[in-house]
Design a binder for this molecule. Structure first.
Ligand SMILES: [Zn+2]
Length: 347
């Protein structure tokens, strides 16, 4: 059986050898790579994971700029750049994964039976060997929008990690097989969505946030150091049922079951009031959509209602990951939502 080449291991690559731009950098890596950087303090290690999704460039760009800067991180740093091959598939940064492959960020739990599963398993193994004090997994959202952090377990250490990048934190227990859900059991792990994959602001935040993460003497919480984050607790995904036709238009499209307004993305991280229409819909919302709360119960009627053919929020909601891309809406979800009057946590 042919040996499958997975990770390439590099240590302290020189600014002069990594290429002149991020594309040249990825060609230099030539596949999934693990870059170890010696820190000023060699007694601790942090991990930075990025490009789990090949169409999300900000993290790879930020790492390229860091390596170009020639600076040394405060502590040892393990940088994992995963979907290099998918990212290099032309046009650059257009493939979330290779055609026919599973979504790598849904593969961090058994069975590790296919190529993506084995890559995920190897990432977990590399992390286990280095036992980092923290893990940052950097992503872009597919649509435009502000940055936010995501974690599955929240405490002051996670707040401190997120605060290096953004003031918004989503706490979610969706159980999708994402890296953070698994590595969280061993090291504080935060997913950072730095913003839209095409946004210059996202690239800038990625570079600045990564530099803060790598240069700080301490990245975990210290006594008396509180971070006031805006929290989004246990968001619910609004998904489309199979066979339901969706489109985006500024009028009810005759051949669609659900029509969303083209500018629905503007509600990202804002509050949408119950009287603000999201678009149009035909029939019972529970026939069109599905949504589950954290207890596994149907939550469609908590999110949306149909009145006179128009689709409204069922109550004031905070929405995020709102997409106006029908492919993403069909294959993933239309948006995530929490109640706008969500009670603050009891701590
Ligand atoms: Zn991603």
């Amino acid at each position: 059986m042919a040996a499958v080449r997975r990770f390439r291991f590099l240590r302290n690559p020189l600014a002069t050898e990594i290429g002149g731009d991020v594309e040249a950098f990825l060609r230099y890596l030539d596949g999934p790579s693990c870059i170890f950087l010696d820190g000023a303090d060699s007694g601790r290690t942090r991990a930075f994971v990025t490009l789990l999704h090949g169409n999300e460039p900000s993290g790879a760009r930020a790492l390229f700029l860091w390596l170009k800067s020639g600076r040394q991180p405060a502590v040892n740093t393990l940088c994992i750049v995963a979907s290099v091959t998918a990212a290099l598939q032309p046009p650059l940064f257009s493939h979330r994964m290779l055609p026919g492959a599973r979504d790598l960020n849904r593969c961090f739990r058994p069975p590790f039976h296919d190529e993506q599963g084995r890559l995920a398993e190897e990432i977990l193994e590399v992390l286990r060997l280095h036992h980092p004090e923290a893990v940052i997994d950097m992503h872009n959202t597919s649509g435009s929008g502000p940055a936010f952090g995501v974690c599955t377990h929240r405490d002051r250490h996670h707040d401190a990690l997120v605060a290096l990048f953004t003031e918004r934190l989503v706490v979610s227990h969706l159980g999708l097989g994402a890296l953070m859900e698994i590595s969280e059991h061993n090291y504080p792990t935060v997913t950072v969505e730095v913003g839209g994959r095409l946004d210059e602001d996202a690239h800038r935040l990625a570079a600045e946030g990564l530099a803060r993460y790598l240069l700080a003497e301490r990245v975990l919480a210290e006594e008396g150091n509180e971070h006031a984050l805006e929290l989004f607790l246990d968001p619910i995904r609004l998904e489309l049922n199979a066979g339901i036709a969706l489109t985006y238009a500024d009028h009810a499209a005759p051949d669609a079951d659900v029509t969303l307004l083209p500018d629905v993305e503007r509600h990202n991280f804002g509050v949408v009031r119950p009287e603000q229409a999201l678009g149009w819909a035909r029939g019972d919302p529970r026939r069109l959509f599905c949504a589950q709360d954290a207890g596994g119960r149907c939550a469609v009627s908590q999110l949306v209602r149909v009145d006179g053919g128009r689709l409204y929020p069922a109550r004031a909601l905070k929405l995020f990951m709102v997409t106006n891309n029908p492919d993403i809406a069909q294959s993933d979800c239309l948006f995530y939502a929490v109640a706008a009057d969500q009670a603050p946590p009891g701590d």
